[in-house]
Write a protein that binds this ligand. Structure first.
Ligand SMILES: *Cc1c(COP(=O)(O)O)cnc(C)c1O
Length: 422
């Protein structure tokens, strides 16, 4: 039976054998993932019940979108789940970068200083901040920027951060939970907690923002619970559960959410406007699915990690290491194998499997990027996807899968093709 399944995609006997070995080895991790998913599902369900979610919230508004009760309920539910004072959950956010840019622009005025303490922020933020030149960047507006890199083991250099805060006036701190296009580990909630505690000892009212992209529902806690003021993310990643078609969220302190809403829309309008065009049901049903979808993504990540490790590749993280995001990095070391892996993942995608991805100049990125994204929602990286900037050390970043089964087939297929040298 098993063999027949795999033979539909010409997966080799060696990889079939390896796959079943790997599934035995990852058992213990899978159990932990199941427990976290159960806890997060309970959290989501409880929030839905408390908000008395009902059919009427799935309705559609157009135009200004005044009194959109569905939108208001969504924001109440997000605030509950994240244990935040307030939330801004909007289809007007075009992506995760837009939420982060909104939070930064809402809080920083000319001469204020932003300090990034988990190293260089995600590629697309470099132009927002002005690390890469743009006439509308924060730096162009007179915001000052400083950065403290992670140490060799991927930890926040908290002592250095504290020293910096003592001798500089810093308005806002940026922490990125997920690895982005870097082979560092993701930053665990517990480590974010420790860092925030030390920072607050020195400067109580500093604004701490966490880039939560790829992090939602990977652990039992989220960054607001350990003291973050603003937490941002994309609805076409974890929290959208694969059903959201567009959007982003910011949760946190009410006074900052108000500022964010006035940057997203306009001063004086803020959260009051924003038609939802019939997307409320997708946002809510996606949120309901998200703990389970993230579970599938996590299982797929550790499965890929172990299989490629056994094939002799460096993988980050290893299957048994603790994780705070859904991203699995596999180092190929050269452009050819990296591109081959990504193309193979595309070949076993549900959408556009016949299309071959090539590296291209993506807006917001300074290197060429190749992406396997055979997804129902364009670019949704909670669906199985693999991407990489074309630069040393040629690492594929794989994430997602709506179902573990589809990821398992695609990973085995890619592994099999690479093993055969196809
Ligand atoms: C995906 C991601 C973002 C935002 O990317 P968008 O494509 O704009 O949604 C920001 N930070 C990190 C760490 C990410 O993984």
């Amino acid at each position: 039976m098993e063999k027949n399944t795999y033979s539909m995609f010409n997966i080799s006997d060696e990889i079939i054998k390896l796959s079943s070995e790997v599934e035995n080895e990852i058992n213990e991790q899978v159990k932990k993932i199941d427990e976290v998913a159960l806890f997060n599902q309970a959290k989501v369900l409880k929030a839905f019940n408390e908000a008395k979610l009902s059919q009427m919230h799935f309705g559609k508004t157009t135009g200004y979108g005044y009194d959109d009760i569905g939108r208001e309920t969504i924001e109440k539910i997000y605030a509950k789940i994240f244990k935040a004072e307030d939330a801004l959950v909007r289809i007007g956010f075009v992506n995760g970068t837009h939420t982060l840019a909104t939070a930064l622009r809402a809080c920083l005025m000319p001469n204020d200083r932003l300090l990034a303490i988990s190293g260089k922020p995600y590629d697309t933020l470099c132009e927002v901040i002005g690390i890469n030149q743009n006439p509308l960047s924060l730096i162009s507006y007179g915001v000052k920027y400083s950065q403290i890199d992670l140490d060799d083991r991927g930890n926040i250099k908290i002592d250095e951060v504290c020293e910096f805060l003592k001798s500089n006036d810093v308005k806002m701190i940026h922490i990125q939970r997920s690895k982005g296009y870097a082979i560092r580990k993701s930053i665990e909630i517990d480590d974010i907690k420790k860092a925030i505690f030390k920072i607050r000892e020195i400067k109580k009212d500093i604004i701490i923002m966490v880039d939560n992209c790829y992090g939602e529902f990977v652990e039992e806690k989220e960054p607001v619970e350990v003291g973050a003021d603003l937490v941002c993310g994309s609805l076409i990643k974890n929290i959208g559960g694969g059903l959201c078609e567009i959007g982003g969220y910011i949760v946190g302190k009410q006074k900052y959410i108000k500022l964010c809403s006035e940057i997203l829309t306009c001063p004086g309008i803020g959260k009051e406007c924003g038609a939802t065009l019939g997307q409320n049901k997708n946002i809510l049903q996606g949120l309901f699915m998200a703990p389970s979808t993230v579970k599938n993504a996590m299982k797929s990540a550790i499965f890929a990690s172990r299989i490629f490790e056994k094939m002799g590749y460096e993988v980050y993280p290893k299957y048994s290491e603790k994780r705070s995001d859904i991203v699995q990095a596999i180092k190929f070391g050269n452009e050819k194998d990296l591109v081959a892996f990504i193309q193979k993942i595309q070949e076993l995608s549900p959408v556009d499997s016949h299309v071959v991805p090539y590296p291209w100049e993506m807006p917001g990125y300074s290197n060429k990027v190749i992406m396997a994204a055979g997804t129902f929602v364009e670019g949704a990286s909670i669906e199985l996807s693999a991407d990489s900037p074309i630069r040393e050390p040629y690492v594929a970043y794989m994430q997602g899968a709506l179902t573990y089964e589809s990821a398992k087939l695609a990973i085995c297929y890619a592994a099999s093709s690479i093993e055969k040298g196809e």
